[in-house]
Design a protein around this ligand. Structure first.
Ligand SMILES: Nc1ncnc2c1ncn2[C@@H]1O[C@H](COP(=O)(O)OP(=O)(O)OP(=O)(O)O)[C@@H](O)[C@H]1O
Length: 591
């Protein structure tokens, strides 16, 4: 299926709109062709006088013939202008609505794609699809669709007039048309892959720019400005090179078509002149024919521009529709489980998982967490703690084994119901570009200022917020970059507390705050976590000391489990870590 038919298929609801716009384009072309015929009629009036075409249809007086010519001219030009206005508005409206719909739809779909999909793509490239490519399509619909239609209409209309006046010349004048069309398609087919490359190159520039702007502080601190500028230069140069290949080809179309047009025009001029000289066609008809050949064939030179615009847009439409049609690996729909009914029992049965299919991230994990329990997860970096949480949120699907929430296999649950039941504070929390209050109430727009403040107090964030000149209305900047790491963490924690979920998940949620603040957060968390299942990942063991059970992970396996004291008594990995963190080892080593 060509990208254009895919687009029409996709935009079925705009069919009526497209038909109307096409009708306006056709009518505009109809009125546009008529003045040439009027020229013929005018010549006919002054040359043939009482024997003219107008005299034959009842306007005998030459004076009246001229007045009628004037009236007709005004009407025709009026009609042409009216339909030009109408088609222009209709096509642009269509382009606007369609690009809006496509952007909306593409973004909504992208949001639903699973995390693993994003990890294998550059977000800059995605941005370029959602923005640039959709704009390309708009450009084509704004002008290109009308141009194609008008060439078709004018060819048909002018051919009809031609055949009526001088069928012999018509055949000759039309001879170059198949050649022109074949030539255009030939070029166009070769343009398609070049424009696909151009769009890829544009995506790579987007990726590079996005990456660099995101890491601007690192670029500066490593004085890598020149290095990164060279990277952008390279990506931009690749875009220029791929574009140049397309431009060279598309620029060749017009000269080739012009030669074909020239052949048709010369034949009409010479052969038509010969017929007029020998009285086989009237002088008026001859002048109309010469004008019409020009009008018939000349627009074909515009095909180059159209083919170019068309191929550029089709490459873009392919990318946009490709995005929209990407299947979801993790479906959203499933068995409903309203949050109010969730008790918070979590069970993992022999869960295996690997990100790349080769290196295992979790192996044979079994967990049985009763509602309301507080569970700690510790272990060396890369041991699989965050992965466990990501599987619980169904960001990824286990390779084998099951995860159950209140006895329901989460793979069968409605994805949003599952995630509504979990308050998740990620290791590197994301703050959105709004105020502190907006961020705490993220996902809970109906929360009152009092709710926001109470959550902030529980997260030990109220004090620092109250000290800011704008308090809760302080803008946090893009990704919260105007706040410190510890402040961002506390806002993210307040956000999860405000959500008041049956399951609270804290992945290193207090790693960036000082010991004193952490101790205060611990005290309020003890209150907040009452009555809800709380899963806490921490490197600082004091964070999980009070947990009902602590699991120690190593290389994706749970290697120790138990309460703090029991684990210390056991004298295993946990006990070793504890000694290291509390300085007992140093003391022991010193003595
Ligand atoms: N998106 C990913 N794609 C591929 N591999 C990943 C991905 N995320 C994590 N890993 C790998 O999976 C393993 C477990 O990572 P995970 O983030 O679960 O560790 P962690 O115990 O939370 O570590 P940390 O304490 O450093 O946060 C690591 O080896 C890591 O490199």
């Amino acid at each position: 299926m060509s990208p254009l038919s895919k687009l029409f298929n996709h935009a079925r609801r705009y069919r009526k709109h497209a038909v109307l716009a096409s009708v306006y384009s056709a009518l505009n072309k109809f009125f546009d062709v008529l003045p040439e015929i009027l020229i013929g009629v005018a010549v006919d009036v002054v040359v043939s006088k009482q024997d003219s075409f107008l005299a034959k249809i009842g306007i005998a007086d030459t004076q009246s013939q001229l007045i009628w010519l004037g009236i007709l001219t005004v009407l025709i030009w009026g009609g042409e202008s009216l339909f030009q206005y109408l088609y222009s508005v209709a096509w642009r409206d269509l382009a606007q609505n369609l690009q809006h719909d496509l952007r909306k739809e593409a973004y909504a779909h992208v949001q639903r794609l699973e995390l693993g999909w994003f990890e294998n793509r550059s977000s800059g490239n995605l941005l370029s699809i959602l923005n640039d490519d959709i704009n390309q399509m708009e450009r084509f619909l704004n002008t290109g669709a009308n141009m194609i239609l008008q060439i078709v209409c004018s060819s048909i209309l002018i051919s009809i007039v031609f055949f009526v006046i001088a069928p012999g010349i018509a055949v000759i004048a039309l001879l170059p048309v198949p050649l022109i069309l074949y030539g255009t398609f030939w070029f166009q087919r070769r343009l398609a892959p070049r424009y696909a490359d151009v769009r890829e190159a544009a995506g790579r520039i987007g990726g590079r720019l996005n990456n660099n702007l995101f890491g601007i502080a690192t670029i500066k601190s490593y004085t890598a400005e020149d290095f990164e500028a060279a990277h952008v230069d390279e990506a931009s140069r690749a875009y220029v090179t791929t574009n140049a290949a397309a431009i060279r080809l598309s620029s060749a179309i017009t000269p080739v078509i012009r030669m074909a047009v020239l052949a048709g025009f010369v034949v009409t001029l010479v052969y038509g002149g010969y017929l007029a000289l020998h009285g086989q066609i009237a002088v008026g008809s001859y002048s109309v024919l010469v004008y019409l050949t020009q009008r018939l064939l000349w627009p074909f030179t515009g095909l180059a521009e159209i083919a170019d615009l068309y191929q550029r847009s089709m490459a873009s439409i392919d990318r946009v529709l490709g995005l929209i049609q990407t299947p979801l690996a993790i479906p959203y729909e499933g068995e409903r489980l309203p949050r109010e009914l969730v008790k918070g029992a979590v069970r993992l049965e022999q869960v295996d998982f690997s990100y790349d299919g080769a290196q295992p991230a979790l192996t044979g994990v079994d967990l049985d967490i009763a509602p309301g329990q507080t569970i700690g997860f510790v272990g060396s970096t890369g041991s699989g703690k965050s992965t466990l949480i990501k599987l619980l949120l169904r960001f990824y699907t286990p390779k084998s084994g099951r995860i159950l929430l209140d006895g329901h296999d989460i793979s069968a649950l409605d994805l949003q119901d599952l995630r509504r039941a979990v308050g998740y504070v990620a290791q590197e929390p994301f703050l959105t570009d709004g105020t502190i209050a907006d961020n705490i109430a993220y996902g809970a727009p109906s929360a009152s200022r009092a709710d926001v403040e109470a959550a902030a107090r529980s997260a030990e964030a109220h004090e620092f917020i109250a000290r800011l000149p704008l308090g809760y209305d302080t803008p946090v900047g893009e990704r919260g970059q105007k706040l410190s790491g510890g402040q961002r963490q506390r806002i993210a924690l307040a956000r999860a507390i405000l959500k008041s979920p049956p399951i609270l998940v804290l992945d290193e949620a207090t790693s960036a705050v000082d010991n004193e603040t952490e101790a205060a957060i611990q005290r309020s968390l003890a209150r907040v976590s009452r009555g809800r299942t709380t899963l806490v990942i921490a490197h600082r063991l004091s964070t999980v000391r009070q947990a009902d059970i602590i699991h120690v992970l190593e290389h994706g396996r749970i290697v120790e489990s138990g309460k703090h004291d029991a684990l210390l008594d056991r004298g295993g990995i946990y006990a070793g870590l504890w000694r290291l963190q509390t300085g007992e080892l140093d003391t022991a080593g010193a003595t």
